[in-house]
Design a binder for this molecule. Structure first.
Ligand code: SF4
Length: 322
């Protein structure tokens, strides 16, 4: 199976430059694994607005209803320069499939960034979003956006990679402006999309059917919008079970009663979070190969992103929430 090459914007301190406030660089395992498979654009917004390395720390401060980005040691308010840089940088980028941003940074953090009551020695009064990260989700709301810290969680990483590589593949299809390519793309993703959202799958199917004979540009634009909505949330465990049962249905005449019982037991263990999904899909894939089911063989559900990126490791934060 071939894969598209996604374009990913990554915080520069995650392995690309010693640009943290104290001159540090962070070697992130996932970023290192991913880099050979993507086109990387690395950026350090704090350096881009003229802060050097090393530099005095900056923080988010609540001022009335506003959140400001300030440097306590100098009293400088960096809110406007950071907003201006973020907007001009992001609008210069063109097509981007994903972002990996440094967690907890008042610039790059996508959530849980400390917000202080004031510039001086003051307590933390809440959690917010870094200014650059805010601009990213405003400008590229459809993209796969994550922090390096959260990507140690297996389920979050799985969703991120699936979304990233599927969006990049769709972008390639879009460039070709071919109805036939779109039909093939949709057919290959049927079960993956079913796992994500059945309603959207139906909507995408109707768009591809193009009963009104709309021009290809309009079909692609509608398909793209529905695809973005489909990926807005992670696929749920029950939806995966539904997909696997559907696929098992293809082999109902070939499988012995014992094989069927065993498979349903595996599904139950997956439901109870005692088995990874890959244990189930491996069994399914072996049937697909054994019985030569060409339609299922081309399903991206089995391999939505390069297999070399499959990594079963999971952080302590890794309990799946649905
Ligand atoms: S977190 Fe963002 S702003 Fe801070 S050093 Fe890393 S890239 Fe630069």
């Amino acid at each position: 199976m071939s894969f598209a090459t996604p374009t990913v914007v990554i915080s520069k301190c995650l392995g690309f430059a010693e640009c943290r406030y104290n001159g540090d660089i962070i070697q992130d395992r996932f970023v290192q694994q991913l880099t050979p498979f993507v086109r990387v654009i690395s950026v350090c917004p704090e350096m881009e607005i003229g802060l050097g390395v090393p530099r005095e720390t900056i923080r988010l401060v609540k001022e009335g209803e506003d959140i400001r980005l300030v440097q306590p040691s100098t009293g400088r308010d960096l809110t406007e320069p950071m907003k201006q840089f973020s907007l001009s940088f992001l609008s210069s980028l063109g097509d981007i499939d994903g972002f990996i941003l440094k967690s907890r940074s008042p610039t790059c953090g996508t959530k849980d960034v400390k917000v202080y009551a004031g510039v001086e020695k003051t307590p933390v009064i809440g959690k917010g979003v870094g200014l650059f990260a805010q601009a990213v989700s405003g400008t590229f709301s459809h993209a796969a956006i994550e922090e390096e810290g959260r990507l140690t969680n297996f389920a979050i990483r799985e969703h991120f990679l699936t979304k990233l590589f599927t969006l990049a593949l769709f972008r390639d299809i879009k460039k070709e402006r071919s109805m036939q390519k779109l039909v093939e793309f949709h057919a290959q993703h049927k079960y993956l999309f079913m796992a994500y959202n059945q309603t959207r799958l139906k909507q995408l199917g109707n768009i591809v059917a193009n009963r009104e004979r709309l021009p290809i540009e309009q079909v692609l634009a509608e398909y793209e919008a529905a695809l973005y909505s489909l990926f807005a949330k992670r696929a749920r465990r029950n939806s995966h079970i539904n997909v696997c049962q559907h696929m098992m249905g293809y082999f109902k005449n070939e499988l012995s009663p014992q094989e069927k019982t065993y498979f349903l037991e595996l599904l139950e263990k997956y439901r109870e979070q005692k088995l990874p999904l890959s244990s189930i899909t491996s069994v399914l894939k072996s049937w697909v190969i054994r019985y030569g089911n060409e339609y299922l063989l081309q399903q991206r559900y089995f391999e939505p992103y390069p297999p070399a990126l499959v990594d079963m490791s999971d952080s302590a934060k890794g309990k799946e929430t649905e």
